[in-house]
Design a protein around this ligand. Structure first.
Ligand code: SF4
Length: 614
């Protein structure tokens, strides 16, 4: 099977049994790999309504066909599971070096099932695969352990770890790798912690079979050339995603004080230029990347090194918490990375708590003595640590995520709990950006930006407009961007450098020997999107339209300050966008794919009678 390692590793943690299976050809034909394979495995292998933290849930690591090849940015893989944060589908993409190493070791995917009776780590060195004791590592930070395992096993091992947050089952714990790359969202690290799996160490010495090597190399070269000649390469490489900060602030999209505003008055002090000038030490790239967006930084003020902050972290641990010092944000970033917390959810949850505090709903006693006013960096550092360790009443409460925390505290605090489906919204204010609002409402993991980054489209066509074309754009992006995750490559060469979409299908064909047009690939992406939707239908009792509701803040409470001052999206406008979206997707008025849609996408046999899952 060209383009694939040809085997899947199955690890039964309960019994300590490791087996190898052939990579199923029909699955890679219909779902390609990575995100697609993860969705398929989640549907077929995890029983309905399984406890996300119980032995029935599984964690799937899956690479794509392009992962580990010469194609630009081909260092991506996916982690898929049933989310302990939302109760629905969780799929988190991760860059770095692990995807390539796993394929070189001879595995397209790893299925982690059961729960180990004691802490272990998974050791993979080509054919030698073992579960090794990890009692001595339990309690260690993600970055610290990665360094330690590299020292013990060898620099050429690629390592993924969880930190104390994963061990303590914080609902939004992440999986860390390469000293700053994360599978961040939805609690994939929580599931790893529940399985008592502290780390995965991989070394591989094999290769990837290619159907037409000469043609593949030619196409990969061409794609690299397109990146290297791109006008935006210099600025992108200099600043990475931090470039977005100034644009967001000027356009009232920078989350500020728990999304009360999209404009941060101290914004200029956390712009990319300040970051670069004051703390960036060097650039850092994932496997095979021609445009390194990683910015490795050193804060003298706090005496820490960290990869970052990148834009999302800058927004959610910076302006959204009222922090206007880039070194403080870097420190909060480093704490999240070391403790194993998703920085987006951490920021969103702490921002909610700060607003509660300023509104007098949480008092000093409940905060454990912390003065939780926006802008208090020391309180943020302290609280991040308490959350990761579930320390005290507030640390334990916030470890559950903003939806559960608000529901426990009540007193109308749900109104400023900024989430969709229980996932904290990432760093774009959507008071006045109806496409981006819809993108958050319908993203298949919850309020995450990476499925459809539509906010520039809002500005181009009129940010408050409510049109079918906007819903169509969101759908188009929801097929293209997740397709990159499915193929196992980074989307940013396309998004930021304008690498043509026409590069992908021919390269995949030369790699796998299977002829597929770009439209064929989009059709597969749509199939995967609908399968992840059916995971929600199956896993969440009564799932439907209400789960696609936007965060209340954007439809009930006007933005404060900046170019969107006084604006919001009326609730009916948000519902109208949803109507357009459902209609174009072929879903019913409750947001469930119709039988015809499942049939058209070749999902009927897999899913069966859709009504049976309700
Ligand atoms: S652009 Fe950034 S995220 Fe994408 S492959 Fe390069 S370093 Fe990794």
């Amino acid at each position: 099977m060209y383009g694939y390692a040809g085997r899947v590793l199955r690890v039964d943690l309960t019994r300590g049994i490791i087996t190898r299976e052939p990579t199923p050809e029909a699955v890679v034909r219909d779902y390609l790999g990575a995100r697609g394979m993860g969705a398929y495995l989640l549907w077929t292998e995890v029983p309905k309504r399984t406890d996300p933290l119980g032995p029935g849930n599984k964690l799937f690591l899956s690479t794509g066909p392009l992962s580990g090849t010469l194609f630009p940015g081909a260092g991506k893989m996916d982690f898929t599971t049933k989310s302990p944060l939302t109760g629905g589908y969780a799929g988190a993409s991760m860059g770095g070096m692990l995807a390539a190493e796993l394929k070189y070791a001879g595995y397209d995917a790893v299925i982690l099932e059961g729960i180990s009776p004691r802490p272990v780590y998974l050791y993979i060195d080509d054919e030698r695969v073992e579960l090794r004791p990890a009692d001595a590592y339990w309690g260690q930070g993600s970055l610290t352990l990665e360094k330690r395992l590299k020292d013990e096993l060898g620099e050429d091992f690629q390592i993924a770890t969880i930190g104390p947050a994963g061990e303590k089952l914080v609902k939004y714990a992440c999986i860390s790798h390469d000293f700053g790359r994360q599978a961040g969202r939805g609690g994939v690290g929580t599931v790893m912690g529940a399985k008592k799996l502290k780390a995965i160490a991989v070394r591989g010495s094999g290769g990837i079979p290619i159907a037409d090597t000469a043609e593949f190399v030619r196409l990969a070269r061409e794609a690299y050339r397109a990146c290297k000649e791109a006008e935006g390469l210099e600025a992108w490489t200099r600043y990475g995603t931090m470039m977005v900060t100034s644009w967001c602030n000027e356009n009232a999209a920078l989350p500020t004080r728990n999304f009360q505003s999209g404009t941060f008055e101290q914004g200029a002090s956390i712009y990319a230029s300040v970051h670069r000038k004051t703390i960036v030490v060097t650039d850092k790239a994932c496997f095979g990347c021609p445009s390194p967006c990683g910015k490795y930084s050193h804060s003298k003020k706090h005496n820490i090194y960290v990869e970052g902050p990148e834009y999302e972290t800058n927004g959610m641990l910076g302006s959204d918490l009222g922090l206007g010092d880039i070194e403080d944000i870097a420190k909060a970033n480093q704490l999240c990375d070391e403790l194993g917390l998703d920085s987006i959810s951490t920021g969103g949850t702490i921002a909610w708590a700060m607003e509660c505090y300023e509104k007098g709903i949480l008092n000093r006693e409940q905060s454990g003595g912390l003065d939780l006013r926006f802008g208090n960096a020391e309180a943020v550092f302290d609280l991040i640590d308490r959350v990761a360790h579930r320390d005290g009443w507030l640390g334990n409460l916030l470890a559950e995520g903003v939806k559960r925390a608000a529901s426990a505290v009540g007193q109308d605090s749900e109104k400023w709990a900024v989430h969709v489906k229980g996932m904290e919204q990432s760093a774009y204010d959507t008071h006045s950006a109806t496409s981006m609002l819809l993108a958050y409402m319908t993203a298949d993991v919850g309020a995450h930006h990476n499925r459809a980054w539509a906010i520039t489209y809002d500005l181009a066509v009129g940010r408050d407009r409510v049109t079918p074309e906007k819903a169509a754009k969101v759908i188009e992006l929801q097929h293209i961007r997740p397709l990159m995750d499915t193929l196992g490559c980074c989307r940013l060469q396309w998004v930021e450098l304008g690498m043509p979409l026409s590069c992908y299908a021919p390269a995949l064909q030369a790699l796998t020997g299977v002829q597929r047009s770009w439209e064929d690939l989009l059709h597969i992406s749509e199939r995967i999107w609908n399968l992840t939707r059916m995971v929600w239908v199956r896993e969440v009792e009564g799932f439907g339209r209400a789960w696609d509701s936007p965060a209340t803040r954007f439809v009930r409470e006007p933005a404060v300050g900046g170019v969107t001052d006084g604006k919001l999206t009326p609730p009916l406008a948000a519902q109208q966008m949803l109507d357009y979206y459902y209609e174009q997707r072929g879903w019913d008025a409750n947001g469930i794919p119709t039988s015809e849609t499942l049939q058209r996408l070749g999902l009927s046999d897999l899913v069966g009678d859709r009504s049976a899952w309700r």
